[in-house]
Design a protein around this ligand. Sequence first.
Ligand SMILES: Nc1nc2c(c(=O)[nH]1)N[C@H]1C(S)=C(S)[C@@H](COP(=O)(O)O)O[C@H]1N2
Ligand SMILES: [Mo]
Length: 338
Amino acid sequence: MRIVKSNRAQFKDNQITDESVFNEKRSLLKKLGFVGAGALLSTPAQADILDWFKSDEQKPATKTQTLRDLNFQTQDKSGVKLTPEDKVTSYNNFYEFGTDKKDPKAYADALTTDPWQVKINGLVDKPFKLEYDDLFSQFSLEERVYRLRCVEAWSMVIPWVGFPLASLLKRANVSSKAKYVGFKTLYRPDEMRGQTSRFIGGSIPFPYTEGLRLDEAMNPLAFLAVGLYGKNLPNQNGAPIRLVVPWKYGFKSIKSITEITLTDKQPDTTWNLSAPSEYGFYANVNPNVDHPRWSQASERLITDGGLFNQERIKTLPFNGYGEQVASLYKGMNLKRYF
Ligand SMILES: Nc1nc2c(c(=O)[nH]1)N[C@H]1C(S)=C(S)[C@@H](COP(=O)(O)O)O[C@H]1N2
Ligand SMILES: [Mo]
């Protein structure tokens, strides 16, 4: 497999090792969805893979397990220590389904993700809507391996599939008056048991909302994911479409998006509304600004060991993506705008 794109954070060598959880050939094929004889081959990298492994027995792919449209470019994952798929899909924050890490996997299947609609509106010349199928066919899909750093001081390394947020925004012809982008998660208490009361734990307002400054949203790293590990997003990870902003704390990466609105005012965001002294609008990963109740200097990297016995690593400014994003905050006091 060739390197198509490298968006990897600058890790120290001991944080990304040569071992790969992704190197067993049949499981690789399967995870990328190349198990059906009729799999669509649209990139040379994919053709190479199938050629290399074609002696393997092939099983038919099922639509529910693979991205419908297979023409996405893959990223070279050799030498990347990914968080195993079962950890990525079973240890989640998705308060619409409960506050326990296990709740999203246990209860998110109740969510209907097809049909789905995402509205793009506000200060744009061309508002539009995306239906479920459009999420997989209107933008060219690619794989991005990103680190996700939760504000709770744990992190994962996840291979997402999706497209840059900028591609979607460009299609809307953003007006010159727009300064921010607001995002909203689906509000459907019938299917999201944590929304049954308008507030969970007395403090979280639903629908969940998030926001970015327009220049942050246009940065090439800001990503809309429709899959992970080569498959459609599981509901617990934010199906059918969620944001991934790898240089910010995980709560900015809003799941199951139904509306994207361009505004001239800073949008209200769920965690900032709930606890403004603990969760800022910017929420850039910053080892020098502690959470009022815990240190942000280091994090528990969730890899293949037991959940509570993980590698402790130093937290990097902007989660290791400073080269690509630090210039967005030139001259800003990042202690004040945390
Ligand atoms: N709608 C919604 N999006 C959300 C959350 C949530 O509770 N609701 N939790 C956030 C938090 S705190 C984190 S760390 C990430 C977790 O993403 P993951 O479960 O896919 O790893 O999702 C974020 N997006
Ligand atoms: Mo988080």
